[in-house]
Ligand binder design. Structure first.
Ligand code: NDP
Length: 248
């Protein structure tokens, strides 16, 4: 499936791309891969030390100098996102891409036992923050010749599954937000799509499946051809799609 998404080595040259949850897991590898393909990446996450090590890795590899944005999506307000968008406008003059990647899994448990606080935290990080961030960024996305906004879905965002609770519901909401935006901006230079990474070797997967052998899983690196393709001009015209990185 990876051959399908072949892109040039410098496919993201001169692009400015925001990655949320860029300190670990799929987001970290996406940030490194986008920089390698020529993009200036904005690394957003809540653990500064992790963002700094991604920053160092990019600079040491000779990539374009990234920006670091320490932000907890569970506490940030509309004002934070507006200020952030203003900073992007001043520093870069445009935004070509957003990878909404950060998510909270919570704990798998019966629906009857979901705690209200956990529900609200998951909805805040996985849904509301994406709404506020996307709304704030629309004006800077419009300053790019073409822009790509990619949300991160899940198998449980398309078919509900027992015990996946608020996380599953949040991923359905993510699919819905993507579809609303894709339809609304269909005749604009901004495209909106989802990627469903499928089972991938990260801390989140290990938390959900503690008994599983990590070696049996695809790595974030394996998924990168699709992640780069969705940000590159090669995917211009792809809009409103939910793409499986690991189709059955
Ligand atoms: P990880 O848990 O490994 O990484 C998630 C990243 O998001 C971390 O860097 C984390 O920061 C950050 N993050 C979490 N909460 C916040 C917050 N409140 N504010 C800012 N940053 C935050 O997850 P994966 O890499 O596995 O997952 C990436 C995406 O892929 C998610 O959307 C997930 O739902 C989706 N996905 C993953 C699958 C898998 O098998 N791995 C399967 C299907 C979907 P920190 O490091 O500081 O905790």
């Amino acid at each position: 499936y990876m051959q399908q998404y072949h892109t040039a080595e410098d496919a993201l040259q001169d692009k400015v791309i925001l990655v949320t949850g860029a300190g670990d897991g799929i987001g970290k590898v996406a940030a490194l891969s986008y920089a390698k393909a020529g993009a200036t990446v904005i690394l957003l996450g809540r653990t500064v030390s992790k963002l700094e090590s991604v920053y160092d890795e990019i600079v040491n590899a000779g990539g374009p100098e990234p920006a670091i944005v320490p932000l907890d999506l569970n506490g940030a307000t509309a004002t934070h996102y507006q200020q952030f968008a203003q900073t992007i406008r001043e520093q870069f003059g445009k935004l070509d891409g957003v990878l909404h990647n950060a998510s909270l899994l919570g704990y798998l448990r019966p629906f009857a036992q979901i705690e209200e606080k956990e529900w609200q935290d998951i909805m805040q990080v996985n849904v509301t923050s994406q709404f506020l961030l996307t709304q704030a960024l629309l004006p800077v996305l419009k300053l790019a010749p073409k822009a790509s906004v990619v949300f991160t879905s899940s198998g449980v965002g398309k078919t509900g599954r027992a015990y996946w609770g608020a996380y599953a519901v949040s991923k359905f909401a993510t699919e819905g937000m993507m579809q609303v935006l894709a339809d609304e901006y269909a005749n604009s230079p901004i495209r909106f799509n989802c990627i469903n990474p499928g089972a991938t070797r990260t801390k989140m997967r290990a938390k959900a499946y503690p008994g599983e052998k990590p070696e049996s899983l695809k790595t974030p690196e394996d998924l990168m051809p699709l992640y780069i393709y969705m940000m590159a001009d090669d995917s211009n015209g792809v809009n409103g799609q939910s793409v499986d990185a690991q189709p059955k």
